[in-house]
Ligand binder design. Structure first.
Ligand code: 13P
Ligand code: SF4
Length: 372
């Protein structure tokens, strides 16, 4: 059914003034880590030894990284992998990270849900989060005693930036007794105000798990619209959007299909409804990857972030990827150079006020503990 209502900052006369939200809020900051000394920078020369040591890694990405570029990356990749061992660190990477990160330095890759679940199992004392800030916050919430580093604390998210904890309180005042579901693409402050989190992998399941006739679902208006189309629960939405996915247009997909009716189109549910209407499959980044592994289409359009198409092509070179795709400028803030720097200096460390973290952790854990 269509969403029952959609609210935004302009709908509340008593909303506190000021910028919508800063990515790094008062209660969750990044700061130089206190544990461990800065290590000396390693030499980053392209030598026969580097070439030999990184050859198996190049095999993984040879279909998406030209041989001429490898000597520029390989020395840093080798240094990161050595430092990881020295520091006892683990690298978690989202599916939108560039192939040289996703396939060559990450220990664990996945969508937001997989990364959150994997974060609960980490044994290492240091987690380097290659993704955006809310993902690093989620890892910190689930590992309060570990050091969680994000190589560039400016790696934000337009969805997380669209709503404040005060907005959630105003929504609760307007709809007393209606439970609140927050997409994980939110700050820890917002997570602390809600009943449960969800990701695009489990949004419908989470909404239905509440056994309520109406649910406030925030902050992504398009994911909310998609969820509403799959459930009888009345969905009250917030006006946030992903600046990467909202740029896609249904008409560009229709043109692609007209040019080649055999092309398969798969899309992330953060896209607008006219885009999803053209898709053969809609799902989270992990669900999209599994769909490609299973169906092995000859020609494919992935309506999502560009690096994911590269990561899939690295694994399945027989699948021809057609553009369009869009780059997420926040995900692209994470680079080999700043991952190396993060391991050398143990910066930037994500810290969250413990009282706030306890409340935010409850909504993440409630999601993780949902039975499939
Ligand atoms: P997934 O949970 O599907 O990986 O999505 C995260 C995200 O930020 C998509 O833009
Ligand atoms: Fe946020 Fe969109 Fe980037 Fe995902 S792709 S991190 S939702 S801005």
């Amino acid at each position: 059914m269509p969403i029952a209502g959609i609210y935004g900052p302009d709908d509340f006369a008593n909303r506190p003034q000021g910028p919508i939200i800063n990515q790094v809020t008062a209660s969750s900051r990044t700061a130089p880590a206190r544990r461990g000394p800065t290590l000396p920078a390693p030499a980053l020369d392209w030598t026969p030894e580097v070439e030999r040591a990184t050859a198996p890694l190049y095999e993984r990405v040879k279909h998406v990284i030209p041989p001429i570029e490898w000597p520029l990356m390989a020395p840093t990749i080798k240094a990161i992998n050595e430092l990881k061992r020295e520091r006892g660190a683990v690298i978690l990477a989202h599916n939108y990270q560039a192939p040289e990160i996703f396939h060559c330095v990450a220990d664990i890759g996945g969508d937001s849900l997989q990364l959150a679940v994997e974060a609960t199992k980490v044994k290492a004392n240091i987690i380097v989060q290659c993704g955006v800030h809310f993902m690093a916050e989620t890892s910190k919430l689930l590992n309060p005693d570990k050091t969680v580093l994000i190589p560039d604390s400016r790696a934000g998210c337009s969805l997380a930036a669209s709503i404040t904890s005060a907005d959630v309180r105003l929504l609760r005042e307007k709809f007393p007794g209606v439970p609140v579901v927050a997409y994980v693409n939110t700050s820890a402050e917002v997570k602390a105000e809600v009943d449960i989190c969800c990701t695009s992998s489990n949004a419908v399941q989470v909404v239905e798990s509440l056994n309520a006739p109406s649910v406030i679902f925030l902050p992504d208006r398009y994911l909310a619209t998609y969820v509403a189309s799959k459930t009888d629960v009345k969905i009250i939405a917030w006006k946030g959007a992903c600046e990467v996915h909202e740029r896609f247009k249904g008409e560009e997909l229709r043109a692609l299909r007209e040019a080649d009716p055999s092309v398969q189109i798969i899309a992330h549910p953060e896209c607008p409804p006219d885009v999803l209407a053209e898709a053969d499959f809609t799902g989270s980044t992990a669900h999209m990857i599994n769909w490609v592994r299973e169906k092995r289409p000859q020609r494919l359009v992935m309506i999502t972030e560009c690096s994911m198409a590269d990561n899939v092509r690295a694994e399945l070179p027989d699948v021809e990827m057609l553009r369009p795709c869009n780059l997420c400028p926040y995900m692209k803030r994470i680079t080999l150079a700043n991952i190396l720097d993060s391991l050398l200096t143990l910066r930037e460390e994500v810290t969250i006020d413990p009282a706030l973290a306890e409340r935010a952790r409850r909504s993440v854990e409630r999601m993780i503990n949902l039975k499939n």
